[in-house]
Design a protein around this ligand. Structure first.
Ligand SMILES: Cc1cc2nc3c(=O)[nH]c(=O)nc-3n(C[C@H](O)[C@H](O)[C@H](O)COP(=O)(O)OP(=O)(O)OC[C@H]3O[C@@H](n4cnc5c(N)ncnc54)[C@H](O)[C@@H]3O)c2cc1C
Length: 443
């Protein structure tokens, strides 16, 4: 078998790009295979009417220790460091100061229970007060954070993310997706529209099957989402069953972004934020005219995103416009019109938003991140124990997997040169011994 590449990276999202950048600093040949016709995966900046709109990741979470912040700075790209407005309800519309205080206290009490006396079930909903007045609000927040209702969320997993987060959230004004895509090193070989269909183990490494033939490599780094991995789109060797099981208990939540265009005179002030209905678990959160652009980003999580999946985008836009009209007045309807929307739940090669761990299964992230022998390595946001669900967690997991692959290649090279050395040594010993055997014994 001829080896085509030292490393093949499967998937060109933030993790695949992180791995490619790390490998580009080495002498090893690297190929990145991406199923779709674009790089970025869940990092996708859509340019519309001159405005870069992020359909996937938008916030540089833990911005002060986020690898993409450093990469943006090194590339001379701006980073907006103004604090996020999520906690500020513009003009207290539909959410009075008293209600905000009560909702904040309900969140605080729930979080305290998680931290101090976590439920034995590890199920986040088991720390909710029964029939608590603000349970709908807490479900909405869980929808934004995890993309899932609280009865599916592991407490240990939730707390691991929360304790690692620096709570500093910045933005990339030119688009987070574009920042990630622009960071692909020029020396990485790329194949787009090249979905991997199967991976097989071979004596010298792995064979990666694509529509246009097999690629043979010493090692591969698999970065596809847990939903893709567990969903069977790639036929793996039987030995990878434990990795598939780990992926299946780290499902992707549901989150979608809908963008409205703001037209003419409008009641919408730049750089403001509102929650549509703080008691409705389906509610969207609205970032109004970010960077003073004439758009509103409507962010749906869990129940809200599921509603859009079930009823369609038109119903999602209607719901969002209805919520805004309820807050800003009926005339606000004339100031907005549907512009563009994500559809992550239906994207064949993604199938959801970001991973959360089912109750009792937080350690699956470590199980998923384990290398398989010295040839298959796993990256992607879901393999990060503390920065999962983010683009920087994905990046750092790619760097970790690339380092593991580099160490494996080094071991292999040491083994091979050890074999060569011992082969040469035994040849030398043989040639030295022959004359001795032939020589008459000295007397
Ligand atoms: C609506 C939304 C909002 C978000 N907001 C934020 C945010 O503000 N901040 C933040 O940090 N994160 C956010 N995220 C999460 C962040 O986008 C992801 O965690 C991160 O981009 C995941 O990167 P990844 O490389 O692990 O996976 P992916 O981006 O899924 O990359 C995997 C790649 O593999 C490819 N692939 C799949 N199957 C195959 C195959 N068979 N062969 C070859 N290639 C294949 C896919 O096409 C994809 O390009 C958001 C996500 C969503 C959906």
């Amino acid at each position: 078998m001829n080896i085509d590449y030292d490393v093949v990276i499967i998937g060109g999202g933030a993790a695949g790009v992180g791995a490619a950048r790390q490998l580009a600093a080495s002498a090893h040949s690297t190929l990145l295979l991406e199923a779709t016709s674009r790089l970025g995966g869940r990092a996708w900046t859509y340019q519309i009417a001159g405005h870069p709109l992020d359909l996937g990741c938008g916030w540089l979470h833990s911005g002060d220790r986020n690898s993409w912040t450093r990469i943006a700075e090194e590339a001379g790209l701006p980073v907006d460091r103004r604090p996020a407005k999520w906690g500020v309800q513009h003009r207290h519309l539909g959410f009075s100061p008293r209600e905000q205080k009560e909702a904040g206290e309900a969140f605080g009490a729930w979080f305290e229970r998680l931290s101090v006396a976590p439920p034995a079930s590890d199920r986040a909903s088991d720390a909710l007060p029964s029939a608590g007045e603000w349970n709908g609000y807490l479900e909405a927040i869980s929808g934004f954070i995890s993309g899932a209702p609280l009865d599916r969320v592991s407490v240990a997993d939730y707390l691991a993310y929360d304790s690692a987060s620096t709570k500093v959230n910045w933005r990339a004004p030119h688009g987070y997706g574009d920042l990630i895509v622009a960071s692909v090193p020029s020396r990485t070989a790329l194949r787009l529209s090249a979905p991997v269909e199967a991976i097989a183990l071979e004596p010298q490494g792995v064979a990666i099957r694509t529509r246009s033939g097999d690629v043979h490599a010493k090692t591969a780094i698999l970065t596809v989402s847990t939903a893709v991995l567990a969903g069977g789109a790639i036929k793996p060797p039987k030995a990878l069953d434990p990795w598939l099981e780990a992926a299946s208990v780290l499902p992707l939540g549901r989150n979608e972004k809908l963008y409205l265009e703001v037209v003419g005179e409008s009641p919408f002030a730049a750089e403001t934020h509102v929650l549509g209905d703080p008691r409705d678990p389906r509610t969207a959160a609205y970032s109004i005219r970010p960077f003073s652009r004439p758009v509103i980003e409507c962010f749906f999580g869990a129940e809200g995103a599921e509603m859009i999946g079930d009823r369609g985008l038109a119903a999602g836009f209607d719901y969002a416009i209805g919520q805004l009209a309820a807050l800003f007045g009926a005339e606000a309807r004339r100031s907005v019109r549907p512009l563009i929307a994500s559809s992550w739940g239906r994207a064949t090669h993604i199938r959801g938003a970001y991973s959360y761990a089912l109750p009792g299964r937080a350690t699956a992230r470590l199980e998923l991140a384990r290398p398989f022998e010295d040839r298959l390595f796993f990256a992607g946001e879901a393999t990060s124990v503390k920065d999962f669900s983010t683009a920087h967690g994905a990046h750092d997991s790619g760097v970790r997997a690339a380092n593991e692959a580099l160490a494996a290649l080094q071991r292999r090279s040491d083994r091979d040169s050890g074999v060569r050395r011992s082969g040469a040594a035994s040849r030398t010993a043989t040639s030295e011994s022959r004359p001795k055997r032939r020589s008459p014994p000295a007397t």
